[in-house]
Structure formats: C-alpha cells, structure tokens
Design a protein around this ligand. Structure first.
Ligand SMILES: C[S@@+](CC[C@H](N)C(=O)[O-])C[C@H]1O[C@@H](n2cnc3c(N)ncnc32)[C@H](O)[C@@H]1O
Length: 236
C-alpha cells in the first residue's frame, strides 16, 4: 500500500515539497538508514576515460550505449560503429531499450547500459546485452555503487540518483558463468565478461529485488567485487 501511494505521489510531477514528503514517508515506514558510504569518486577516472581505454586496448569496433541523454558520453566515444538508444534524447535510435533489442540483429564489442535505473529494466537490459555481445566483448553497467539509501531508492526522490541498478548487478555477481567486477569510478561501473566467475558472491537470497540497502552497506566490497581501474585494466 505504501509503495502504491509512493508511486502515485512520484508521478505527480514531483515538486520539491512532494519529494520531501515521499522521503519523510519512506524514512518513517521504509528501511532504516544505516548511514552513507564515501567512494571518493571525484578522485577516480571518468566513465569516458574508462570506456575509451577498454575500446582502445581491445581494439573494439562496435559500441552500443543504452540511455544517451544529452550525448555527454556518446559523442566523445571514438569507435568505428556507434549506436545509441534513448526514447527521449541523444544517440541514434529514438526508442526504449526493449524496443531496440526486439528489432536488433547486430552484435557489439562493448555495450554501456545507462537507461532506466530500475532493477527489472536493468536486469532485462543486461540479459538482452548478453545475447548481443561478441564472445570477447564487455558489458558495462553504470551506477552500480550508490553512496546512500536515498540514491538507490525507487521511485526517485533526489537529483543525484543511481536507482537500484546495484541489485541487478548483484544478481550477476552470483552467476557462475559470468565474470563480474565493479570498477571504483564514476558511480560504479559494473563490468561483465562471458567467462566463468572467478569470485562469485554467495547470496542467501533468491529474489534479488528484495535485497536491502543494509546488505549492500555491510558487504559492498565482496558483493559487488569492487576493483580499482588500475587493477581492472590489467585483466582486460
Ligand atoms: C543517466 S541518463 C544517460 C546518461 C549517458 N549515458 C551519459 O553517460 O552521459 C539516462 C537516460 O536513459 C534514458 N532512458 C530512460 N528509460 C529508458 C529506456 N527504457 N530505454 C533506453 N533509455 C532509457 C533517459 O531518457 C535518459 O536520457
């Protein structure tokens, strides 16, 4: 019931007052806030630097970005074939990621997922990307490391928001057939390779959508397999 009211309120073209009210309701009825994390992202490389370095090192020829917004990343990526999908702005295809994957026949070397930041959508985007990624390719997932409970709470109530992308990536961390890491940079960049998982995390839960922020808060290093860029680039 609370979630229903929450969604209805969030859809009411959120004034600051409404967002504040939602936050208060959540604080009262929802999960208790365990505190904030500080990943010091301002001292780490940008997503542009990281994605471009993977493309250069692996000599990738094709790049797909899901969710392009104002092309802040898309326009600056240098790669032979670039495709960008967004229902509202930027990129090359004006449609949702689901619509894109339904009609797509191409394979890609690198896919950057940064569309709708809701668990169910991110999970679909990851699964679809894995169908269209070349065997030696890399699937990247933006916004895997929220720094506080509000930043990951759905529906969105704050501007700097990561959504519950981390839950979809946590599910990948449990998959024995996919090797997965989270680069400690730019809100957390999840990295997925089509090879066996070198360090799977043992979750005690089957429905990953039900994971609590507290689980992540306590276990984020092992759960997300956090790695510095300098170490990640060595294994790419
Ligand atoms: C965080 S922005 C992307 C930022 C961009 N990737 C960058 O690095 O600068 C998220 C974008 O996802 C788009 N989006 C929302 N729902 C989507 C969907 N179902 N499929 C694809 N894109 C979606 C939004 O329109 C928005 O432009």
């Amino acid at each position: 019931m609370f979630e229903y009211i929450n969604i209805k309120l969030a859809k009411t073209k959120g004034s600051k007052k409404l967002r504040k009210l939602i936050r208060k309701l959540k604080n009262f009825f929802g999960e208790k806030d365990p505190g904030a994390l500080d990943f010091k992202f301002s001292t780490k490389p940008s997503r542009l630097f990281i994605v471009q370095s993977f493309i250069n090192k692996k000599k990738f020829n094709s790049y797909l970005e899901i969710g392009t917004f104002d092309n802040e990343l898309f326009d600056h990526i240098k790669c032979k074939n670039k495709v960008g999908v967004d229902p509202f702005s930027g990129g090359t295809h004006r449609m949702t990621s689901d619509e894109f994957f339904l009609q797509n026949r191409d394979k890609f070397d690198c896919i950057f997922i940064d569309g709708l930041h809701h668990y169910d959508q991110v999970k679909r985007d990851i699964n679809n990307s894995l169908k269209f990624i070349n065997d030696q390719g890399i699937v990247l997932v933006h916004d895997c490391l929220p720094e506080n409970i509000e930043a990951q709470s759905v529906p969105r109530t704050i501007t700097n928001w990561n959504g519950d992308v981390w839950k979809a990536f946590a599910e990948i961390r449990a998959n024995p057939n996919l090797d997965s890491y989270t680069c400690l940079a730019d809100h957390g960049i999840g990295v997925i390779f089509k090879s066996s998982n070198k360090k799977p995390f043992n979750f005690k839960i089957k429905n990953f959508k039900k994971l609590k922020f507290l689980d992540y808060y306590k276990n984020h290093y092992e759960m997300m397999n956090i790695i510095e860029y300098e170490d990640l680039i060595k294994i790419i």
